[in-house]
Design a protein around this ligand. Structure first.
Ligand SMILES: Cc1cc2nc3c(=O)[nH]c(=O)nc-3n(C[C@H](O)[C@H](O)[C@H](O)COP(=O)(O)O)c2cc1C
Length: 407
């Protein structure tokens, strides 16, 4: 080895950069964001207040919950290309700040279907929240109540729609997994309507068997016997989900439905008077069909990279969908939103609101309701900061002039 090369290797070995890589290697996967400040499992935050960003909660949750439960939350599909694309997609867009705009008073309030919320940050539907904290979905509802956020309750939540509305103190939206049996979909939708849910969100992107490889790998590291706590299989799963109470579930083979078409949507339209929203659209063509079929809003979503590994982020899909919808119905978006700037980019591109999934689950698994509250606070603070920096006093001032696709 020549001496210059030896000197270089010696320099590298002593470099703080390499030490950072050492630290990263000790973790199960690279942290997001790629920060060079020390982050390792023995230096976790001890209270929600210590969190500098939503990312601080995930390793605390990882410590608190069984590996199988953590894997269920964290997993994407196959190589997790879509999961990563959702984060990387934000780098393709840049905000264009305007100066000398008075941003001393900011208004983050968001209006949707005649109701006003404290911010554009919406709590996306996530199933099985008691896997992360004993207070489950109700801790989420109470956190949403505190800062007046819209919450969408999952069909497979561990609280009923009635309980969630009571804990939230205002109507929450109900997300519908229709199953393969119309009578079950109908009963779920009617129950939600009766309970006071003013909007039903039909999730249309769960079709194939989800190859949650990371989930299975983490599950295999779990020493517990899952069946001892909660049984296994669909029947046992559904039994623990109160929205299904009292329903005849004979003949259902999954909570999703592979036979879903626009005919189902029309049938549902004739069954309930609530607003109807589709969640899981990724193309302009489907967004146009949604408008033509009388949907009240859509959520651009790839299920947080949990349903396909096609590699397209939602922020990438958003502009063409906004263009196709052309202001006729509100467009919401989710998947990969972790920072205020992510949120402001989507709003400037034309989204009405942004839903988050995993970040609030990290907060829930780490500290229960207080964790969810802090996650919401952080995202809202960052959104305020990004709005001030870009020169927008209110959400309505965020528009296409403030954002461009990086060349
Ligand atoms: C653990 C977990 C459970 C989920 N359960 C549901 C569900 O029951 N219904 C649904 O429509 N989407 C579900 N989703 C998808 C979320 O609603 C949302 O689309 C996604 O989490 C957004 O991406 P993000 O996690 O990167 O923020 C779930 C997501 C996670 C992480």
């Amino acid at each position: 080895m020549n001496s210059a090369r030896r000197r270089f290797l010696k320099y590298l070995a002593a470099s703080p950069l390499l030490k950072s890589f050492d630290l990263l290697a000790q973790e199960q996967r690279l942290p997001d964001p790629m920060v060079w400040a020390p982050r390792s499992l023995d230096k976790l935050i001890e209270s929600p207040r210590e969190a500098l960003s939503v990312f601080d909660f995930e390793p605390v949750m990882q410590k608190n919950v069984p590996p199988a439960h953590f894997g269920y939350m964290a997993s994407g599909i196959d190589d997790e290309v879509t999961l990563r694309a959702n984060r990387e997609g934000f780098q393709k867009f840049q905000l264009l700040p305007r100066r000398l705009v008075d941003v001393s008073q900011l208004d983050l309030s968001m209006e949707l279907f005649g109701r006003t919320y404290g911010s554009p940050v919406v709590l996306a539907p996530t199933g099985s929240n008691k896997a992360f904290h004993e207070d489950g979905d109700l801790a989420v509802s109470r956190a949403a109540r505190r800062s007046n956020n819209l919450q969408i309750l999952s069909t497979v939540a561990t609280a009923s729609i009635e309980q969630a509305i009571e804990a939230r103190g205002r109507p929450v939206w109900f997300q519908l997994y229709p199953t393969n049996k119309w009578a079950v979909a109908e009963a779920l939708a009617k129950r939600a309507e009766k309970a006071g849910a003013e909007t039903i969100v039909v999730t249309v992107d769960v079709l194939a068997r989800q190859n949650w490889e990371a989930y299975v790998r983490l599950w295999r590291t779990d020493k517990r016997n899952c069946a001892e706590c909660h049984g296994l299989g669909l029947a046992s799963f559904v039994k623990r989900k109160p929205n299904f109470d009292g329903l005849d579930l004979s003949g259902i083979d999954s909570t999703g439905a592979t036979n879903l078409t626009w005919t189902f949507i029309k049938r549902l339209r004739d069954t309930v008077k609530t607003k109807l929203v589709l969640k899981g659209l990724m193309t302009a063509a489907d967004a146009t069909l949604a408008v033509d079929n009388g949907l009240d809003a859509i959520i651009v979503s790839n299920h947080g990279g949990r349903d396909d590994d096609f590699g397209r982020s939602t922020i990438d899909a958003l502009p063409e969908i906004i263009e196709a919808v052309d202001g006729r119905i509100p467009v919401l978006v989710d998947s990969g939103f972790r920072r205020g700037t992510d949120i402001v980019k989507a709003l400037a591109l034309g989204a009405r609101a942004v839903c988050i999934g995993r970040p609030y689950l990290w907060g829930l698994g780490a500290f229960g309701q207080a964790g969810v509250e802090r996650v919401l606070d952080l995202l809202q603070q960052e959104t305020r900061a990004a709005m001030q920096q870009v020169g927008a006093r209110a959400l309505k001032q965020l528009g296409p002039a403030l954002v461009k696709r990086a060349s």
